[in-house]
Write a protein that binds this ligand. Sequence first.
Ligand code: HEC
Ligand code: HEC
Ligand code: HEC
Ligand code: HEC
Ligand code: HEC
Length: 230
Amino acid sequence: MPQIFPKALNPIAKMIVLGLPLLGGLTGVTGAAFYRSSYATGQGDTPAQPVAFSHAHHVGQLGIHCEYCHTTVEKSGFANIPPTKTCMNCHQQIWQGADMLAPVRESYKKDKPIEWNRVHNLPHYAYFNHSIHVAKGVGCVSCHGQLDQQNLTMQSSTLLMEWCIACHRTPEKHLRPQKEVFNMKWDAAQAGPNPKTGKPYTQLELGLELKEKHKVRDAVTLTNCSMCHR
Ligand code: HEC
Ligand code: HEC
Ligand code: HEC
Ligand code: HEC
Ligand code: HEC
């Protein structure tokens, strides 16, 4: 009977016999790490834009309300990007000759929308809806970060399923009064003293009260696969 392996494994056979399972294991681990890496998720990315629009200037400094531009965010699943007309409400007078605004004037003149690049983009098989999050008291800042300080708009969260689920399990960590949803600087202490403790509200105390008040469903319902994969 011929030998299947030489007596002493030659280096290549050794690598195959011993190395492959190891390599397999390693790629599994690396695969998982890669899946969560910012490179793969896009977290922290600031895609280039045709106009260097700054939320830091328009929101942080000028104090323009989110809904002045994103008019549909409370009413619909999708938060619209404003039409050029909205920019021209101001930029017909302010900075009307600036080079930085040339593409905005061009778009207005030719009646052709500015082609903004998407910052956030979920895969099509995941269902997301803004209006319910806003209605139940999840603030823009919980998912989009401190936009009032960003010059170029950044993807602040991973947008991974595990990120969605973490909040769906314990929404009380993030709930706020509905009227504070757009406020980038709100925290629970601003709700005043908790009558039960006499001390300023903590996020958890307030969150649990709001969970009841806003009729937020339980964790089992909110982590049901069909909630997000319809
Ligand atoms: C003056 C108009 C204006 C205001 C006010 C404004 N935005 Fe925006 N927003 C834009 C424009 C234009 C874009 C597209 C360019 C970009 O991504 O920077 C955008 C993009 C975004 C995006 C990224 C969209 C994507 O492509 O994924 C988010 C998130 C966002 N805005 C949230 C907010 C929030 C939250 C507020 C209030 C704190 C706000 N915006 C206020 C005009 C505005
Ligand atoms: C409510 C008024 C208002 C609206 C609406 C508005 N802007 Fe502005 N924008 C300003 C003012 C004021 C400045 C000057 C800011 C400064 O210098 O601090 C400015 C500055 C800018 C600049 C120069 C760079 C900077 O950020 O300072 C760009 C580019 C710009 N705006 C783009 C846009 C675009 C695009 C839109 C529409 C999506 C828009 N703006 C809507 C008031 C507005
Ligand atoms: C629970 C998390 C969450 C909250 C709260 C939230 N967003 Fe978003 N936002 C997302 C996700 C996820 C996307 C990407 C959606 C997609 O790709 O389909 C997104 C996308 C956007 C976009 C791009 C257009 C769109 O709808 O895809 C804008 C503009 C935006 N958000 C603005 C806002 C504003 C303004 C608020 C506060 C009123 C807000 N968001 C609150 C998670 C959130
Ligand atoms: C910071 C907290 C938070 C994050 C992050 C979050 N959600 Fe939610 N989500 C909520 C809350 C609160 C509700 C309201 C639950 C209720 O009404 O019972 C909700 C409700 C929903 C609903 C129910 C809509 C309906 O019509 O019943 C869907 C779908 C959903 N979220 C999808 C997502 C997806 C997809 C992501 C991630 C991309 C996400 N959510 C991230 C807090 C969050
Ligand atoms: C709260 C919303 C939400 C719920 C609940 C949810 N998913 Fe997801 N799921 C997402 C989002 C968002 C993505 C896309 C982002 C990503 O790949 O992580 C995704 C991606 C996936 C993917 C493809 C990417 C991967 O991880 O391999 C599978 C498979 C999946 N989900 C299965 C499930 C199953 C099974 C359940 C129920 C146990 C479930 N999901 C519950 C939001 C959700």
